[in-house]
Design a binder for this molecule. Structure first.
Ligand code: ATP
Length: 302
């Protein structure tokens, strides 16, 4: 028995090693921590590949027995719209992005993509419809090329190069010792935060999903990378729906629409100009920043 215990412990340890090696530990933990209520219904169909409209109908959700992280939220995002979500820390921004991926099922209400409830289709097909660019991209200790191809393993080299160019990776990759064959280091340690996020955008481009979920880096990036990332996103997104958690006011002007979330509710919804004219929470944040009273990243000040 002791030997079996030992070998299973070894096995568990080596699994941890492997997971760390590949930088997947966080996702692995997220999957393990995921409540087992998220299941495909028997013989669930695949989500048909359509335009990528997103709708939340009276969505309420709490983690465990805590207070509602989202409270009766209704929202309709037409296909192709670029939406920035802002709000103070703990407001529910990440929760919204998690629920869209069905990492958790909602407690009340429904989330629909192109009019179809996400609980009624296979989780695999839902994953195919979404390209997720998290703040911290998980990189494999492999080459830049393989790291981009990870989004679509069957993609040919040309498709990978195209994605890399669209995501403004070409410049910095060209300066690496072996360009696209350069190993990125443990968890991408050889690359800056902005470079890693551009690899994440290249993956999203390669994946070619109708909906892109983007979590803007909170860590300060130099202005040049910030602008490059913005431009890359716009190229990647042509015709696609974007739902982005935005942490900097300076990047918001390229969105079609801003949602301000506070205490699990949408308190403001409109274009940057409309929200500024309304003179509410968003306008206050904007003015604070303009006066240099709030630093980028923003929004904990309101
Ligand atoms: P931030 O800008 O700091 O990332 P956020 O707006 O994304 O904040 P959420 O992460 O969605 O906020 O959190 C909403 C609420 O849910 C908060 O009260 C938070 O403490 C809680 N919460 C978030 N994740 C979990 C979790 N895994 N388990 C329990 N509570 C959680």
């Amino acid at each position: 028995t002791l030997r079996i215990l030992h070998s299973s412990k070894d096995m568990a340890l080596s699994l941890v090693d492997v997971a760390q090696q590949f930088g997947f530990i966080e996702e692995t933990l997220a999957v393990i921590a995921k409540p087992c209520t998220v299941r495909d219904v028997p013989s669930a169909p695949a989500l048909p590949r359509r335009a990528g409209a997103v709708e939340l109908r009276n969505v309420t959700f709490a983690y465990g027995r805590g207070r509602n992280a989202l409270d009766n939220v209704s929202l309709s995002i037409p296909a192709g719209q670029k939406v920035g979500i802002v709000g103070p820390s703990g407001a529910g921004k990440s929760t919204l992005v998690h629920l869209l991926q069905r990492l958790y099922d909602v407690d009340r209400g429904a989330i629909l993509i192109d009019g179809i409830p996400i609980t009624s289709v296979t989780q695999d097909s839902l994953r195919d419809a979404l390209a997720v660019v998290p703040q911290e991209i998980s990189l494999l200790h492999r080459s830049v090329m393989e790291n981009i191809r990870f989004a679509r393993p069957e993609a040919g080299d040309e498709a990978v190069f195209l994605a890399a160019r669209a995501a403004a990776c070409d410049g910095f990759v060209g300066r690496l010792p072996q360009q696209y064959a350069t190993l990125v280091g443990e968890r991408g340690a050889k690359l800056s935060g902005g470079q890693r996020q551009r690899i994440g955008i290249a993956r999203a481009f390669l994946k070619d999903a109708p909906i892109v979920l983007f979590d803007e880096a909170t860590s300060a990036l130099d202005t040049e990378s910030e602008m490059e990332i913005q431009a890359a996103l716009i190229r990647v997104l042509r015709g696609r729906t974007l739902i982005a958690v935005a942490h900097r006011l300076s990047t918001l002007t390229s969105f079609d629409r801003i949602l301000v979330i506070r205490d699990g509710e949408i308190c403001e919804d409109g274009t940057v100009d409309e929200l500024r004219r309304a003179g509410g929470v968003f306008d206050r944040m904007w003015r604070l920043q303009a006066e240099g009273l709030a630093q980028d990243p923003i929004l904990d000040s309101v």
